[in-house]
Structures are given as structure tokens and as C-alpha cells.
Write a protein that binds this ligand. Structure first.
Ligand code: GLP
Length: 250
């Protein structure tokens, strides 16, 4: 595990964008696993700027997103499909048919989960997975639980996640109570994982995930045993990490 301590959100975003661009330059047909939330917005913005400057191309890249809220259509401004189109896909040269987000409107959610797993496997797995970190240590929408769930699944969102994500909705009642998320199997099978975390609100989650034991009640803790995982975090997010031996200040 490599932990980069970056000065601030901007520097964290640049570090993550550099790693993703290197991946795409070295393997233009990469399969990228992508995340939503406020954390990756600047990373996507930088990558889009580099595409606009013709320094980078996603023309042959395929993407697979982590998750989607149940019940939200792609046109809903809080759906993750809408987020991805707005913040990334519409700003780069990717072929939209090569972008994948689970359908929150599927009538048979179990079938949607199985077909999402088949889709990931059909793509040959994920070359690089970008992850944000929930305040309760979730990754995608893999919420704290007694066991890790391997495949794509429907999840009941925890009160803490509903509370954290209500800032994006008109009211707490508007936050969907369920979501579809990729499970830990496909996340952990990614060849490389890049986790981004910024701000004091993530400090407890970072400390629990990367400074504690492997524990399904802190889903991100499983990343400690991934052979090629990089955490790009800012000083505030790393401020409670008990053991700094793996930290590289950049
Ligand atoms: C949501 C997403 C996660 C994301 C998390 C953190 O719950 N499902 O994939 O990592 O939010 O979001 P933020 O970056 O806004 O803190």
C-alpha cells in the first residue's frame, strides 16, 4: 500500500489524475472503474482539461461505475449517471456506449446485479479502480456489515450515509434508501486501486480503514490487503492515521 500525503484537495486531485492519465497512456484500451461523490470532481476536471488540450484520449477506454441509487432515472440530477455525464463523460472523447452505470430503474434488481457482474467479467475485469471513501468507511455503496458482499448487490443505505448524502438533495426525505453497488470481489480484483480522501470529515474513516484491522464494519479496510492500492489523501484526511510508516509526503 502506498499512501501519498498531498497538501490539499487540489494537490490530491492532481496526483490521482496523474495516475489515471498514466494508466490510459500506457494502456489506451483500459477498463476504468469510476466513482462519484464530491471527492473525484476535480480529478475528472483535470482529466477533461488534458483531453481538451489533446494531451490525453479516452477514445478507446471503457468505464464501469461503482453504484447507482435505486429509483433514480439517468435524467435525475442526483443520479450517478447524470453526475458522470455532467462531470466527466460529456467533457471527454469517450464513446458513450463504452460507459456503464448500473440502472437504478431496473424492475428486476437481482437480474440487474447479475448482468452487471457479467458485464464486468465480459470486459475482462477492471484495470484501475478509482474509489472515494464514505464517512463510515464505505466504498461504492458497500456499507458496514457483518460480512463483505462479493457480487453486485442491492443495499439498504445506512443512516450515516443518508445523513452524509442529503446535502445533494432538496431534503433528507428525497434521499433514496436503497442503491445498487458493485461488491468487493470486482473492486478487489482490479489490477490497481486509487483511493482519494480529502478533509477532516474523512479523517476517522481513513484511520479506521488504513490504520486498523481488516473489518467488514469498515468496508474500505479490505483495501489493506490489495497488492496495488494507492491512497491519495490530503493532510487533513491523514491527520488521525496512527501509523505513518507508509506515508510519502508529496
Ligand atoms: C457516496 C458514493 C461513494 C463515495 C461517497 C463519498 O456514498 N456512493 O462512492 O465515495 O459518497 O462521497 P464524497 O466524495 O462526496 O465524500
Amino acid at each position: 500500500m502506498i499512501i501519498y500525503e498531498c497538501e490539499d484537495y487540489r494537490a490530491m486531485s492532481r496526483r490521482a489524475a496523474n495516475i489515471i492519465s498514466a494508466q490510459v497512456i500506457l494502456k489506451p484500451t483500459s477498463v476504468l472503474g469510476l466513482a462519484t461523490g464530491s471527492s473525484p470532481i476535480s480529478t475528472y476536471g483535470l482529466l477533461a482539461d488534458w483531453v481538451a488540450r489533446k494531451d490525453l484520449s479516452f477514445a478507446q477506454v471503457k468505464t464501469i461505475n461503482l453504484d447507482e441509487y435505486k429509483g433514480l432515472s439517468p435524467e435525475h440530477d442526483q443520479s450517478y449517471r447524470y453526475f458522470m455525464n455532467k462531470n466527466f463523460f460529456n467533457r471527454i472523447d469517450i464513446d458513450m456506449k463504452n460507459t456503464h452505470v448500473p440502472s437504478g430503474l431496473a424492475t428486476d434488481l437481482e437480474a440487474e446485479c447479475r448482468s452487471y457482474d457479467a458485464l464486468i467479467e465480459g470486459l475482462g475485469g477492471i484495470d484501475l479502480q478509482l474509489l472515494g471513501l464514505g464517512r463510515n468507511g464505505h466504498i461504492g455503496f458497500n456499507e458496514p456489515a457483518d460480512t463483505f458482499t462479493l457480487g453486485t448487490h442491492v443495499v439498504d443505505l445506512t443512516e450515516s450515509t443518508i445523513e452524509a448524502n442529503k446535502r445533494f438533495f432538496a431534503s433528507e426525505d428525497d434521499v433514496p434508501r436503497q442503491a445498487i453497488t458493485m461488491g468487493v470481489k470486482h473492486i478487489m480484483q482490479a489490477h490497481r486501486i486509487v483511493v482519494i480522501a480529502s478533509g477532516l470529515s474523512k479523517a476517522d474513516a481513513v484511520a479506521a480503514a488504513f490504520g486498523g484491522c481488516l473489518d467488514p464494519h469498515v468496508p474500505a479496510s479490505i483495501l489493506q490487503v490489495h497488492p496495488n492500492c494507492i491512497l491519495c489523501a490530503d493532510k487533513e484526511a491523514l491527520s488521525k492515521l496512527p501509523d505513518r510508516s507508509a506515508v510519502i509526503t508529496v
